[in-house]
Design a protein around this ligand. Structure first.
Ligand SMILES: Cc1cc2nc3c(=O)[nH]c(=O)nc-3n(C[C@H](O)[C@H](O)[C@H](O)COP(=O)(O)OP(=O)(O)OC[C@H]3O[C@@H](n4cnc5c(N)ncnc54)[C@H](O)[C@@H]3O)c2cc1C
Length: 510
């Protein structure tokens, strides 16, 4: 830990929010009125996974639905690993969160009579996915939040800035050292420091989200001494578009809602991966099961999404993102199958927080995908994560706004942690990604995990003392060790050496 703070300009705020996805912006809006500073590495509204979300926000808004039923589905998907109190809190807050969004001007999709159009996604027992612009939910939601932030005079946004290290005092975390757009360093001291940096899936070779989701927030928290939990629970989405990376290296996603609307999964020979009535939801079964089936198929010839039939005709209107992707890739969805592969999509684990979003270190909070609240257990129910970032983020912001103990303690002695959340060098990123995909991808076993740990040790030796690289390697090691220790298969964590070969779903002729 460095003590050197000479020549680094400093400023003070009440609340420092690190990250500008749904979680960070919801905290900032909730805390408006206090001096809030949001730091974010790119242009506001154009980084993070939130803007990529397609399906929508889960909320019990239908006449045949209730928060209790939504909670039941969430607990079932989480495979016995959820915190029921947190789940009840989240699902109860969902309808009011949707009303809040509508009040901010988010153009939610509705029928002509004004009722919300609710979609159905995997493992939901009711149609309860609130969406906007068809499959452009994340982009429209973010646009509404960004517009609302623009109206708050007490919220300043530093776009192009990245938090690199925690500022630490005897009383806990007191802010962050940040790297500004021009490369210079600043210290931002704060009464409350909120990590809203998203997940760690971009550390995997195949991933669907934002390249910024590279575990930097987790490393920042660890450097400050905060606890992490449930790291082995990584969700793999079954249908990333295979064979075409976006410029960032992330794989474009084909939303689950396509399968909700009738798309089917097939092998290269045209046979169906799942029967319609296989007793476990077929193509819309639990994400982990579908991802493993697609993983298996893609390793033996390829897996494909079949959008032909009636769906192709209404693709442009109902799923404009999927339609545009097919167009860009020269695929005619009315005639051709779309190649898919699983990809790391969401992290259920993260920085351990309590119901107040407090980490184990005073002054440091975590919210959104970077946090482990216990809501998602071993497997997240689709469309519960935007909801979590919005509902718990806003709640944290409101509590910070009301807090009387928010006095930025500046002037006293403080230390600067190592710059562990800085950018990761591309070559290290690539090697780390390949290692993680092999060792802790959709299917794991002890041999692969031990080989992965040996590979990480070698990589650590090669990177020497580069703090950002070392911190990510250590984070990956903890993830692999957690997966090695968990010898049962639960939720998204699948150990093939423990359960033996999974029953292959019945083949159905095309
Ligand atoms: C393709 C895709 C589709 C999805 N669809 C859905 C869906 O339909 N419904 C649903 O509920 N969930 C969906 N998800 C999951 C959901 O989008 C994410 O879990 C959620 O948006 C995470 O929000 P967040 O605010 O926690 O993080 P993010 O939106 O990822 O934002 C993190 C922010 O932190 C910033 N950041 C990172 N490191 C630093 C640093 N060191 N300093 C400063 N800032 C930093 C990032 O740049 C970014 O601004 C989807 C995910 C993907 C990838």
């Amino acid at each position: 830990m460095s003590r050197d703070s000479r020549d680094v300009p400093a400023e003070r705020v009440d609340v420092l929010v690190i990250g500008s996805g749904v979680a960070g912006l919801s905290v900032a809006l909730g805390a408006a009125g206090r001096r809030v500073c949001v730091v974010t590495p790119q242009q506001l509204g154009f980084d993070g996974s939130s803007m990529l979300a397609q399906g929508g926000i889960a909320a019990a808004m239908g006449e045949d639905d209730s928060p209790g039923r939504h909670a039941g589905d969430t607990l079932a998907a989480g495979a016995g690993r959820c915190d029921p109190t947190q789940v009840a809190r989240l699902t109860a807050a969902a309808p009011a969160t949707v009303e809040w969004l509508a009040g901010l001007g988010c153009p939610l999709d509705r029928f002509e009579d004004g009722r919300l159009s609710l979609g159905l996604e995997a493992a939901h027992s009711r149609a309860r996915i609130v969406h906007a612009g068809g499959d452009r939910s994340g982009a429209l939601l973010m646009a509404a939040l960004v517009q609302a932030i623009g109206k708050q005079e007490s919220v300043s946004v530093r776009a192009g800035w990245r938090a690199v290290a925690p500022l630490l005092s005897a009383s806990g975390v007191t802010g962050a050292r940040v790297r500004a757009r021009d490369g210079s360093l600043r210290d931002i001291h704060a009464g409350a420091t909120v990590l809203a940096t998203g997940g760690l899936t971009a550390l995997f070779e195949c991933y669907t989200g934002s390249p910024q989701a590279d575990g930097g927030g987790h490393c920042f928290a660890s450097e400050a001494g905060a606890a992490l939990s449930d790291l082995e629970f990584v969700q793999f989405h079954p249908t990333a578009f295979a064979g075409a990376g976006s410029p960032s290296g992330a794989m474009p996603l084909l939303t689950e809602a396509l399968r909700g609307a009738g798309a089917r999964l097939r092998r290269r020979d045209g046979s169906l991966l799942f029967g319609l009535d296989d007793g476990e939801g077929g193509d819309l079964g639990p994400r982990d099961r579908v991802a493993r089936a697609v993983h298996e198929a893609s390793r033996s010839g390829g897996a494909f999404l079949d959008l032909r039939g009636g769906l192709a005709g209404r693709l442009a209107q109902s799923f404009p993102t999927a339609a545009a992707l097919c167009r860009q890739q020269g695929i005619d969805p009315a005639r051709e199958l779309v190649p898919v592969s699983p990809a790391a999509h969401y992290h259920m684990g993260g920085i351990t927080v309590d119901a107040a979003a407090s980490t184990s270190v005073p002054g440091l909070y975590a919210v959104g995908e970077v946090a482990c609240t216990g809501v998602h257990g071993a497997n997240r129910l689709a469309s519960n994560s935007l909801l979590e970032g919005l509902a718990f983020g806003r709640d944290l912001g409101q509590r910070l706004a009301a807090s009387e103990r928010l006095s930025p303690a500046v002037g006293g002695r403080f230390k600067v942690g190592a710059p562990v959340a800085d950018m990761l060098a591309p070559d290290v990123h690539q090697r780390l990604g390949a290692c993680l995909w092999r060792a802790v991808g959709p299917v794991r076993d002890a041999g692969g995990l031990l080989a992965g740990l040996a590979e990480l040790e070698q990589l650590a030796f090669q990177v020497g003392d580069a703090p950002a690289a070392m911190a990510r390697i250590r984070l990956a090691e903890v993830l692999l060790q957690a997966a090695l220790r968990r010898t049962d298969s639960v939720g998204a964590h699948w150990r093939s050496d423990v359960n033996g070969a999974e029953a292959v779903p019945v083949l159905h002729a095309a």
